[in-house]
Design a binder for this molecule. Sequence first.
Ligand code: SF4
Length: 387
Amino acid sequence: MGKDKKEIKPPSLYIHIPFCLKKCAYCDFHSVPFDGQLASRYIRALSAEAQRRAGEMIALGTAEIETVYIGGGTPNSLGIKELEILMGAVRRNFSLRPGGEFTVEVNPVFGNPDKLKLLFDAGVNRLSIGAQSFSARELAFLGRPHGVAEIERTFCDARQAGFQNISLDLIYAIPGQGIESWQHNVGKALSLQPEHLSLYELTPEEGTPLYSLLERGHAVMPGEEDALAMQQRAEEMLLKAGYARYEVSSYSLPAMESAHNLNYWARGEYIGLGAAAHSFKNETRWSNVTDPQAYARALDEGRLPVERSEPVSPDEAAREFVLLGLRTTRGLHMEDAEGYKLDLGKHAQPFVGGGLLEISGGRLRPTGKGFALLNRVTAELIEALGL
Ligand code: SF4
């Protein structure tokens, strides 16, 4: 496509571990309660899928990958033996480019120092810790299986293991959360001095316990203005502490942005392994079966566990380009837009005039006001572009 797409980069690798201790109240990710037997079977299947996918890549030249991200679910719910097998499968089959980012998501409830050391020694160089809150009441409301002390202990153990790149996830706009409590959470997170922070607004998804609680009137979500005030308060604190916002929910110290996530937002290619994992390569998206049992069965029987595969149409590609690119402060490269046959300059003008988007250095990006209204801005721009 345009300029950014021309530099041919190897794909990223995503690996899904679908086990959790228990379901959090707001969660609509693909996860099942941890089961030791199923976990061993699942990891064997993952190794087989890794071998198949790496084999396909080698047949085309190389199994080099740009970044690795192991997410879930809860990757560190796996035992030491399963983690060793998993790390071995990544190392044996793929070649992470020198200095490439290798992230593992960690839940503090399983924050075992031996597991963290194992991950570090196996080449993992970034951890993403799901802290979510530093208030015992809020953690209980969210149904998180850990307390505040476990977050702090996991963070210290991670530093002790050698990790110099740690991200913390926090959730805001939790029912009953006031701005003081949110400010306390951000302050506690900052006191740990992580390299990266992701701040997510709580979104009640249909089918979750949180959703029914709200429907029954047993809890009330903070209003839009309160949520925006929380985001803005956090931003002030983070900017003061030397972090910069580089994506709608992500802040980092200089040069500590998540390379894996930046690849997604730039429509870079990735291979997903595991139940419910998605992949994107050669303008085709495919996804694996979501049930871990069905996933393991397919690989046991020598089949690939792919459930759906479809080419991305030029209109969809253009829509993704706008939708994903506008999430970041890098924004959209105007030259790239030509590759998607979009007249971005013309259609973005009213938004630029309204102070929602700005153009500089050949890129179109949201202003601070644009970020606050991002969903609306993106939807209206996509409509104006006829996509
Ligand atoms: S730990 Fe994450 S994936 Fe697991 S239930 Fe909670 S929110 Fe969902």
